[in-house]
Design a protein around this ligand. Sequence first.
Ligand code: AMP
Ligand code: FE
Ligand code: FE
Ligand code: ZN
Length: 291
Amino acid sequence: MGRLRIDLHTHSTSSDGTDSPAELVAAAAAAGVDVLALTDHDTTGGWDAAAAALPTGMSLVRGAEFSCVVPGPDGATDISVHLLGYLFDPAHPAIVTEQLRLRTEREARLRRMTEKMAAAGYPVNVDAVFALLPQGASAGRPHLARALVGAGVVASVDEAFAKLLYTGSPYYVEKVDTPAATAVAMVRAAGGVAVFAHPLARRRGRVVDERAIAELATAGLAGLEVDHPDHTPADRARLRGLAAELDLVVTGSSDYHGTNKTTPLATETTDPAQFEALVARAGAGVEVLAG
Ligand code: AMP
Ligand code: FE
Ligand code: FE
Ligand code: ZN
């Protein structure tokens, strides 16, 4: 048997991916993925459909990507960060409450962004944007981006972000995210493990410094997502050093979003020994599901 292919960060139509959970699992099987993590933004809504579609021989790591903030250095404005939570109990009250709050917040914010664009004369409306959103899914800017592509305003989701939807654009509306240390505590209390997603992905906006990562490690963070499409070789080297220093697990993942991004499944993967170390740090949440 060859080396296991482990992809620990993917999105389905439960958030801003374009494959349904079942289609995602099938696409992962076709890409030769042995261990797949489903990590939709602020929801566990896709877990059951992904589990039901799991083929023999594939393992499913049930997770989510939590929208978070860390305080900026010297009291500057907060920095937006993403935390990957894995193997936590999805019924843990703190998780249920916070994810519901964030999905409600996401929906209101996407409505306001759409209304701002419509008021400025762009041919988009709330109904068309929300028609792209399955019931109960987590709303995000990519849904508005697709509506803009559909209306012929831009040619791609990428172009929509670059020209209109980037953080701080005139049409951008903030959402109130969870303090990262709170999210780490929540995931751990629910028996899971937390990994800092794409910590140095500067195309998303400002990134944190090493002190902030060290503080989260003290708060119980288990790992750093080092190998990610948005990280340069220098970013990866720096993060690998930091992980060694702070005794954190190193992960790698595609952050697959279907056709909303160009990155294919398993373009980046996690070393099997690192994956084992990550699972060993989890408490009694949910097990890695064997298909
Ligand atoms: P939101 O969660 O609504 O703030 O939107 C952010 C999401 O948009 C991220 O999770 C990415 O999936 C996606 N995104 C950000 N930048 C781009 C881009 N340039 N092209 C495509 N998708 C992007
Ligand atoms: Fe996303
Ligand atoms: Fe992310
Ligand atoms: Zn992601």
